[in-house]
Ligand binder design. Structure first.
Ligand SMILES: [Zn+2]
Length: 308
């Protein structure tokens, strides 16, 4: 049974700001109160990165192994209710949202809610600079880092020049065989022109295929994220082959050009898992830049790429 909520008209005064800046993403702008720092060549507002880290720490403290995503779904619902015009839980338990921002392509952002295994009882999160790790068991940044990235983009999207609709899908049971994404409602998926999954280890990878054998998108769609990286001062974002993720489902089952982007975690599924908060934040900057500059046109949908 789908739940649905439409935002009251009084919220719609939150129009996109008129930007004179031509580069970067609003998330990377200086706060009037905050200083600036340079992280791997990207100028970030300290306050914004601190707020992002705070958001990620909150998500990392919520349990939710595959099939037990209730608490993380509730936490996301409570945040998205202030952002999305449409918000519902589908029959599989996926949390779906839409954020209309004018006329243009519909772009799906997606991350999975389930953890590979349950968080260890009494574990602590240790911070060493921008790096986080757990004192016991997995950290859970796979894929809470991806969730934090998508929340950051959704939170700031109306301050960009993006024109179109942002759709969000937070999936269940990804870790046990991409179960949730396969059951997403075709009616929700039908108008989506392009998808961005935030669930790749490491930094600066734009995954455009499964092992180089099963394409997620045409080459041009992957390359537009390289261009966004260059625009945002991160020219080392590069397309590459990768592993299994919901991006494969969006591409192969729904015919949607998709990429899976690095979100800064490493050694996932082990006690050595870490996440680099600054790297995850930079992924939000990358997506925001691609949307702000309207690099995603939707022209690649249903192209010849799907079957090679
Ligand atoms: Zn994952």
């Amino acid at each position: 049974m789908a739940l649905s909520r439409r935002r009251s008209p009084s919220y719609t005064g939150n129009k996109p700001a008129n930007h004179s800046a031509s580069r970067g993403h609003p998330a990377a702008r200086p706060s009037p109160r905050g200083g600036r720092i340079l992280v791997k060549g990207v100028d970030l507002a300290v306050n914004t990165l601190q707020a992002f880290k705070h958001s990620l720490l909150g998500l990392l403290n919520i349990p939710g192994v595959s099939g037990r995503e209730e608490l993380i779904r509730l936490a996301l619902w409570n945040r998205l209710i202030h952002i999305a015009d449409e918000l519902f839980v589908d029959h599989a338990g996926n949390l779906c949202a839409a954020v209309p921002c004018g006329e243009g392509p519909t772009v799906l952002l997606s991350a999975h809610m389930d953890l590979y295994e349950e968080l260890a009882e009494g574990r602590q999160i240790v911070q060493e600079g921008h790096l986080l790790r757990s004192t016991a068991g997995i950290l859970g940044a796979d894929d809470r880092a991806g969730i934090a990235v998508i929340l950051e983009v959704a939170r700031t999207i109306r301050r960009t020049r993006f024109a179109g609709t942002l759709k969000l899908a937070f999936t269940v049971r990804e870790e046990i065989g991409l179960v949730g994404s396969r059951q997403l409602d075709p009616r929700f998926m039908t108008d989506i022109d392009a998808a961005v999954v935030a669930d790749r280890r490491g930094t600066r990878d734009i995954v455009t295929s499964y092992a180089g054998r099963i394409p997620f998108c045409p080459a041009s769609y992957g390359q537009l994220f390289e261009r966004a990286g260059a625009l945002a001062g991160m020219p080392d974002w590069k397309t590459t082959a990768g592993g299994s993720s919901d991006a494969g489902v969006y591409a192969q089952q729904f015919g949607i050009p998709s990429v899976n982007l690095s979100v800064g975690y490493r050694n996932e599924h082990t006690e050595l898992e870490t996440v680099d908060c600054a790297a995850a934040f930079e992924t939000a900057v990358l997506i925001g830049t691609a949307l702000h500059h309207r690099l995603i046109t939707g022209g690649d949908k249903a192209g010849a790429w799907l079957h090679g």
